[in-house]
Design a protein around this ligand. Sequence first.
Ligand code: FES
Ligand code: MG
Length: 588
Amino acid sequence: MTDTPPLRSRAWFDNPDNIDMTALYLERYLNFGLSLEELRSGKPIIGIAQTGSDLSPCNRHHLVLAERVREGIREAGGIAIEFPVHPIQETGKRPTAGLDRNLAYLALVEVLYGYPLDGVVLTIGCDKTTPACLMAAATVNIPAIALSVGPMLNGWHKGERTGSGTIVWKAREMLAAGEIDGDAFIRLVASSAPSTGYCNTMGTATTMNSLAEALGMSLPGSAAIPAPYRDRQEVAYLTGKRIVDMVAEDLKPSDLLTRAAFHNAIRVNTAIGGSTNAPIHLAAIARHVGLELPIDDWQAVGHDVPLLVNLQPAGEYLGEDYYRAGGVPAVVNQLMGRGLIHEEALTANGRTIGDNCRSAAIEDERVIRPFDTPIREAAGFLVLRGNLFDSAIMKTSVISPEFRERYLSDPADPDAFEGPVVVFDGPEDYHARIDDPALGITTDTLLIMRGAGPIGYPGAAEVVNMRPPAQLIAQGVHSLPCLGDGRQSGTSGSPSILNASPEAAAMGGLALLQNGDRVRIDLREGTADMLVADDELARRRAALTAAGGYAYPASQTPWQEIQRSLVGQMETGAILEGAEAYQRIAQT
Ligand code: FES
Ligand code: MG
């Protein structure tokens, strides 16, 4: 390249105007084994933002892959410096991993900004590690490429695929119905995790890794490769090589993360049956790169796209099948055929997404369906509004035929359902009371989860998908409509209305709801309302305000307290509101 910009690492290692500091910086980076020659050579310094650790088993294989990334970096003429990212593991972190996305983001911003890095390889995987890394790269805006760790191999039990998370919902029902005991429950769930890697279902991990590729932030075809496959090692090497060229080309996140790229990602999300966490994370990434991605875009841009990928929980297959069937490029190719992809969007390999995916074929039509024979038409999210919240979303691709029949086939209004509510204040309340017969839960009941948003349950818990009480499961009722201000695991197939903003803890309408109130949902109109008179709602609001507002548990750690005071609502990404003012900071 003729117009290579000066490397920012030169300010540390080769600064004639500040020889004192240069010497100080140099001596301490020398002492882990780098040579003066290397550090003063003018070679780009490439960070490897390491999210893998013993505490983050989903991403732990990155400790192995980083060796190949290093070799790629060196092969292309760069110097690798690996450093840890605050660990996040979706299922292991109390009270919820959602709390740590913004913490990992903050810490990574500090590292990328404050150290002599010219570019970075973001090692992504487990749910929140991907948005945390992409958000930080968006803020700092140095050349960045994401490397997925890849999904686990398929899980198997008695000849059937057992998928991460999805098997847990099923096993819980079996346990509640007395079909299996505790030991069998654990064996069944463990069967879904046969190797290193992240969740093998289309949960939030597979979703966000697929969307990182759709956004152009990783090499084409790389997202779906299972963690243990040799191809995963190969793409780690190629990713390391590529980031060095990206630095030379000065190809930055702001060049890739355009509105066109986000709209591509929204459509890909529908076609893959992606997680309801995606709107939160994409809004967050967009805001940090300086774009607004309104929640309405999810319905306007994404709803009419069909579901093509037949992965659990919406379908049958798992991660290995997804890769063998063609992964993200095959999906993008199908959407391109209908003009649903902005083909000019630039990607990390320096080519457009159109060029990358133009010849990507489906290799197994059982797993990735052609556009004309989808698993489901119009499978994207619906955005709902009403006196319960300003916005919430519903994932239509997981609504079962039985559910449609039971709740959505009122001849007078086939898109509406209505019923009395039973309200739970946080997951502990739900777990303590769900099987209590005194609640009077029937097949007409809507289950409400509140106090589970970014403030109420700091970080927002994945708890809105609630199973029916054991007595209903024993009668064959496997799901009830659920609604709440928390999130839902991407591995859940429950018909739920999620991410309600503002949450009860921010005095959204959900805070005013009482047991026995009737709620009406109209999917065609996009409304969700409690059928309670306005003057009664005003009276309840005044009483609750006088009592000090909606009560939620005290913070247990300093970060919980800090996050609660700064975090926004899920509709706008649940980011730390003050952080948005800092954009493209590597250039300032
Ligand atoms: Fe880490 Fe699913 S729990 S990827
Ligand atoms: Mg999850």
